[in-house]
Design a binder for this molecule. Sequence first.
Ligand SMILES: *[C@@H]1O[C@H](CO)[C@@H](O)[C@H](O)[C@H]1NC(C)=O
Ligand SMILES: *[C@@H]1O[C@H](CO)[C@@H](O)[C@H](O)[C@H]1NC(C)=O
Ligand SMILES: *[C@@H]1O[C@H](CO)[C@@H](O)[C@H](O)[C@H]1NC(C)=O
Ligand SMILES: *[C@@H]1O[C@H](CO)[C@@H](O)[C@H](O)[C@H]1NC(C)=O
Ligand SMILES: *[C@@H]1O[C@H](CO)[C@@H](O)[C@H](O)[C@H]1NC(C)=O
Length: 312
Amino acid sequence: MKWMVIVALVLPAWSAPCSGTAGSDGEEGLSCVQHGALGTELLLRCDAPAGAARVEWRVNGTTVAAAEDAVGGDQAQLWLRNASLAQEGEYSCHHPGTGKTLRRIRLRVGSPPEKPAIECWAVSYPQTVNCTWKLESEPRLETYFISTYRHGMGAKENECVQPGAGASSCSISDIQMFSITPYVLNVTAVNPLGATMNLFPFVVEQIIRPDPPEDLRVSPIPGASKKLLLEWQPPSSWPFPQYFPLKYLIRYAREGANSNRTIGPYEQTSFTLTGIRPRAIHHVQVAAKDFMDYGDYSAWSPLVSGTPWTQP
Ligand SMILES: *[C@@H]1O[C@H](CO)[C@@H](O)[C@H](O)[C@H]1NC(C)=O
Ligand SMILES: *[C@@H]1O[C@H](CO)[C@@H](O)[C@H](O)[C@H]1NC(C)=O
Ligand SMILES: *[C@@H]1O[C@H](CO)[C@@H](O)[C@H](O)[C@H]1NC(C)=O
Ligand SMILES: *[C@@H]1O[C@H](CO)[C@@H](O)[C@H](O)[C@H]1NC(C)=O
Ligand SMILES: *[C@@H]1O[C@H](CO)[C@@H](O)[C@H](O)[C@H]1NC(C)=O
């Protein structure tokens, strides 16, 4: 809870939001969108025309019975006492005599955004830190995210660059290596009903996690009926394997066996499995980690299978 702060922001216009009173500026001021929070009391406004004390309200084209439980007619205004999803719709108010449309309100009901759950990984150490976030449930209202970061308390705020509008990821380049000052990512989710922020502090070396190794090959070795040659490549997203080497774990199992073995770590990108059962199919995976043991192991690479050399 300590990290959660509700901040008020200037909301962008997705569609003309309803202002306090209906404008008299022609068609353009006639229609608007109003957002209301679930379970709250909502007021839909309309200006009574001169000479009339009341207006007629319609929902989805049907006249609202003033006696209806959820709806109370207060001269020109319509009260919704306990906003629910079923009350979304097209509301319109009309001149009681002529039926002329005075205002049209599209009502959307929802909640302020949830706190985004953030994850950051240095997949391409030391070039970038990639961060992703998600909301626990699909937001009902248009939601966008502001992502910024600071390197140290009181440091300048920088943008964590999102790949496009409405993205739920961003990346930080220009990383300072071996800094003990934590970075703090700030992701603020914004929708028409509010904004909710979450912070994610990290030290780059602690969130190193390469992508899985690639191009794993499992090959027989001519003449060796109990051996398999394994070869793979460092993940292509790891930019400088020569300066920031990786170490690898190997996990393998014989087809039909009910457990598998993990061996390593090894620093090279090939390995000969020995003493395995002749003729049996073997399944193999590899995982990578920073050589200096910073951060985490990658996920396991996809399974690749092979069979040792058999007498032709
Ligand atoms: C508002 O509506 C919800 C369900 O739509 C209901 O659970 C709740 O009790 C209602 N609250 C009030 C104050 O009527
Ligand atoms: C208006 O119509 C929409 C779409 O059909 C529906 O979801 C909504 O519940 C209706 N609103 C009311 C108050 O009947
Ligand atoms: C990390 O961010 C960079 C820069 O936006 C992007 O090119 C790369 O694909 C991202 N990597 C992952 C694993 O998302
Ligand atoms: C997080 O970002 C939001 C949106 O830019 C900003 O209003 C808020 O002050 C930031 N909070 C912190 C602690 O940096
Ligand atoms: C090893 O066991 C895990 C968990 O049961 C399984 O997901 C994985 O595919 C196995 N790996 C191999 C190489 O058989």
